[in-house]
Design a protein around this ligand. Sequence first.
Ligand code: GLU
Length: 446
Amino acid sequence: MTVKVRFAPSPTGRIHAGNVRAALVNWLFAQKHQGIFVLRIDDTDLERSTRENEDLIETDLKWLGLEWDERYNQSKRFDIYQKCAEALKADGRLYACYETADELDRRRKVQLSRGLPPIYDRAALSLTAEEIAAFEAEGRKPHWRFKLEGKRVAWEDLVRGHCEVDTTSMSDPVLIREDGAFLYTLPSVVDDIDMKISHVIRGEDHVANTGTQLEIFEALSAFFGGSPLPVFAHMPLLVGADGEGLSKRLGSMSISQMRDDGLEPLAITSHLAKIGTSDALEAAPSLLALVEGQDFDKMGRAPARYDFADLMRLNAQVLQGLSYADVKTRLEDFGADLGELFWDTVKPNLHRFAEVVLWVKIVEGDIEPIISDPALIARALELLPADYGRDSWSVWTSAIKETTGAKGRALFMPLRLALTGQEHGPDMGALSFLIGRYKIAQRLQG
Ligand code: GLU
């Protein structure tokens, strides 16, 4: 069997962490099984879908490294949905309904007041030809519902194990609106069959849909000549660090915002591949390195904790793993290419790439030195080696220690503050060498 999976975003907005996790896990699964990764733009909602959002989704996926093998737009596939709808109508599985939204709402309220579940009562199935003609004469257009069999629909889920959904407790879903527009449910099934999708990997918010959609799969099977059902994997949803649903800020944080915020794509993908699994939360050396570890058996049933602090930790790890050759062009773009020693010296201190500019300023520019111990700094100036080389720091600080008696923090902090204006930072041996004797002397003088 060829593995073929799909990521099916609706281009009604930007993609965020939750969508990207679905995209990533599908992509990893495809790579692991030498399969095909399909990007399917779910743009049946013509009013809310935009070309701009579609382009932005592609930009975000490419930036993350999640390239697709095939690409489709549902808006270009209405013919096949129409044919399938006709087949379902012919089989009596798709039926016309004429209720208005207000009428349905009133009926639901009555059901609830009587303690009944608010399920559609299938009144449309008993309309007479005269009643239908009267509605049509009024100018009403029908919407179309799929007639559920009302049964326990079961499947073996790669994450959740044995699953059952009882469609008796569900309203017959509307598949086609009054204006003829297809809602998500039918096109998704038609495409999954027609494109020979082998595995449907998505969030667990779709579990109930799967019950309905499996009935539609079965109902359309004959139309497609007895196609096999896909295997399903429903991933637990993401929750914020506090265990609550993703906070507004994180949940709505788009990938482009994360990019503007200086997050590395590999930090985002490493984080999303590992959260909610039994694997340690570590940055992977590359996106491909995540492929081998992809395994639904490692995915728990509990919600995955999406903690921004973890993501930032992985971001720092990714930066540390980048060699000078990896970042040379980016450093140039930031006007921050001060050579390999500079990069190797400052990278352990970066949480975000853009912070590199602070260290460029410290090495090359003007800073406000902080003279916290004037006596010690005055001695340091006297003892400053005439030639300041790569090893001068230890020679120099030993001499200061000997003459002043200062050691440890009392020795190093005043020097760090004077030379960098910062309390924390990279190894002073390399950094002071990069700053150079001229600027060191200048800064020691305040
Ligand atoms: N467009 C749907 C969504 O974004 C696709 C769900 C699915 O994978 O079937 O939720």
